[in-house]
Structures are given as structure tokens and as C-alpha cells.
Design a protein around this ligand. Structure first.
Ligand code: ZN
Length: 344
């Protein structure tokens, strides 16, 4: 297998998708990009009513549904302050501490875009004696627009209103040493990996041992990404989502994480065992962990009433829901686990 070719493709795709703002509820552009990418390979993807992308990539029988989500954290304007700045309400688990001083874009319903910065109110440390003591919340913080506005009226005149979507700069960087740093690697890194797998199956003419669908979901960050659109013939749902890295867990950014249990409960015993066996068989650098605060699209498939087995794997991602970090090694181990798990 040409490692350089597939790893390069995955990282290029990840970078492109990261550059398309797509918080939950604002994913149309990302979806059309993903559709085009599948079509380039000669696949026939379809769009779900709520905006996800489903693509059958080959094989027959005992269908596996592979999922990664293209929606990310973000925010929505919920009020315009008297000084013309914006009050935000989070989309998904966007944490105000993690977004402080980040640049952002505001997309109005009329198609205009404006830039701004998410700051603590009264953010000059030479003026605000309480700067260090103030808790960062969506009430204590605001978006300062890069426009000459001094009042609520000034901002309204720009066409900005409650309900406008706010997207934070992903600040994507890939270092010489192989680290991938960006917001929203959760889960655009896995979207890149799934596209890489689709490319691999097509270009290497892989004979899959079972039918495989890929579902690039939306609304995962708000809890119902994987709830619908699972074909009746599917017997297994495999989420490819960020692997947890942190104290008490064994995974690093260099490994593929196999999740045995998350906060909703255990993953299917056989699926987890088979993933571990596949990782061992291919001599992959992997970790098995229990995630303390986590839920996935695969969990949601079961919660929504589908009778399927479920699993979860992903490249190790540190500082999740903040300025996240992974590594090329973790990406490669994840890609290889997919190819090993689905080889004839
Ligand atoms: Zn995720």
C-alpha cells in the first residue's frame, strides 16, 4: 500500500474540509464538497433529508455503516449588546474558555459575512482590574466586530441579527514533525480518513468482504447525527470519531484509539474484540480505552431504535473541543485499522 499517497490525500482533504465553516445546522457547503469528492471517484453518493451524505462503496451482504461527522462546534448570535457587540449562544459543546480571543466569521441570513473576535467584555488588562478573576461564560464574553459600530443600531444596520451563525477560525497547522493542530479535528480528521478509505477501495480495486456504506453525518455535536437514514440491511455501525487522549487514558496522538465503553455504555463486545484482533494482526500502534465523557453517532443509532452492533475508533486527539492536536501516525493507524478490519 502506498502510505505516502493515502496519507497525503487524507491530510489534504482534512485541511480543505476544515477550511469550510460547518457548525451544526450550517453544513450545506461542507456537504456539497463531500458529495463532489465521492463523485470524483465514480461513486454515487446521496444526500439525506437533514443534510448528511451517504455513499455505498462496495461489497455484498452483512452491511457495515461507517460514520464520521462533518458538523462542528460553533455559535449563534442570540442578542446584540448596547455597545454593538454580539452575545453568543453555543452550537454543541463550544466552551467559552476555549474560544477566548479567537477570530470568527459571522454569516448573515442575507449572505453577507463579517469578521470579529470573541473577547472577554472590557478586555483591556490595563483597564479591567477584574480581568483574571472573571469567569469566562457566554454572558461575560462578546464578539467585537471588525466594523465601526458603537451601538445596537449600528450593528443592526449591517444586517446582523439574532439567529446568525458564528464560526470560529480553525487555525489549521501541520508541523514538520507530523503534528496536526486545529480546531474541529473532531471530526473532520475522520471525514478525511473515510474519504481516504473510499479512494483506496476504488483505486486498489478492493474486494470488500461485506457491503460498506459511508455516512458523513450532520448534527452529531447536538446529539442526533446518527439517528436516521440507516438502511434496513445494516447490521453494524462503526463510528470513526476522535479518540480521547488525557489523564487516566492510555491513548496518544500517535495511536488509533479503540473505545470499549463511553459514557452511554459499552460498545458491542464482538465488534470491539474484532477491532482489537485486527489491530494486533496488523501490528498497529493502538490503545483500548474507556471514555468518561463521550457519546457517538453509533450510540445514537441504538438509542434511536436500530437493532445493530456498534463500535468506535479514531485517531488520538488531545485538547478535544479546544485547539485540538493529533498526529500523522494516529491518522495512519486509524486508516490501517479500517483496511485491516475490512480485508478479505
Ligand atoms: Zn466527534
Amino acid at each position: 500500500m502506498d502510505k505516502e499517497k493515502y496519507l497525503t490525500y487524507i491530510l489534504e482533504e482534512t485541511t480543505k474540509i476544515l477550511s469550510i465553516d460547518s457548525p451544526s445546522g450550517f453544513t450545506k457547503k461542507a456537504a456539497s464538497y463531500v458529495m463532489q469528492e465521492y463523485e470524483k471517484f465514480g461513486y454515487k453518493p446521496t444526500q439525506t433529508v437533514k443534510g448528511g451524505v451517504i455513499c455505498e462503496i462496495g461489497g455484498e451482504g452483512n452491511a457495515l455503516f461507517m460514520e464520521a461527522h462533518m458538523d462542528t462546534l460553533g455559535a449563534m448570535v442570540c442578542d446584540i449588546n448596547a455597545n454593538g457587540s454580539l452575545k453568543l449562544s453555543p452550537l454543541g459543546g463550544m466552551n467559552p474558555n476555549n474560544a477566548e480571543t479567537e477570530n470568527c466569521m459571522i454569516y448573515t441570513r442575507e449572505g453577507k459575512t463579517y469578521s470579529g473576535t470573541f473577547q472577554l467584555k472590557n478586555a483591556s488588562i490595563h483597564v479591567n482590574g477584574e480581568f483574571n478573576k472573571t469567569e469566562r461564560t457566554f454572558d461575560s464574553m462578546e464578539v467585537v466586530l471588525d466594523e465601526k459600530v458603537f451601538s445596537k443600531e449600528d450593528t443592526l444596520k449591517l444586517g446582523i441579527m439574532t439567529g446568525d451563525v458564528v464560526c470560529f477560525d480553525p487555525r489549521t497547522r501541520i508541523t514538520e514533525s507530523g503534528y496536526i493542530k486545529s480546531r474541529f479535528l473532531d471530526d473532520k480528521l475522520s471525514v478525511g480518513i473515510l474519504l481516504g478509505f473510499a479512494k483506496y477501495v476504488k483505486e486498489e480495486k478492493i474486494n470488500l468482504p461485506r457491503k460498506v456504506y459511508q455516512h458523513i453525518t450532520v448534527y452529531e455535536e447536538v446529539g442526533h447525527g446518527g439517528a436516521a437514514s440507516i438502511p434496513d440491511e445494516v447490521t453494524e455501525v462503526l463510528s470513526v470519531d476522535m479518540g480521547c487522549v488525557g489523564e487516566g487514558l492510555t491513548c496518544s496522538e500517535h495511536q488509533v484509539s479503540i473505545c470499549a465503553k463511553d459514557s452511554r455504555g459499552p460498545y458491542d463486545y464482538d465488534v470491539v474484540s474484532n477491532l482489537i484482533a485486527a489491530a494486533k494482526n496488523a501490528n498497529l500502534d493502538f490503545a483500548v480505552d474507556v471514555y468518561p465523557y463521550y457519546g457517538s453517532d453509533a450510540d445514537v443509532a441504538l438509542v434511536s431504535g436500530h437493532d445493530v452492533k456498534h463500535g468506535l475508533i479514531g485517531s488520538g486527539v488531545y485538547a478535544s473541543h479546544g485547539y485540538e492536536r493529533s498526529h500523522k501516525d494516529g491518522v495512519w493507524n486509524t486508516f490501517r485499522l479500517l483496511t485491516e478490519y475490512l480485508h478479505n
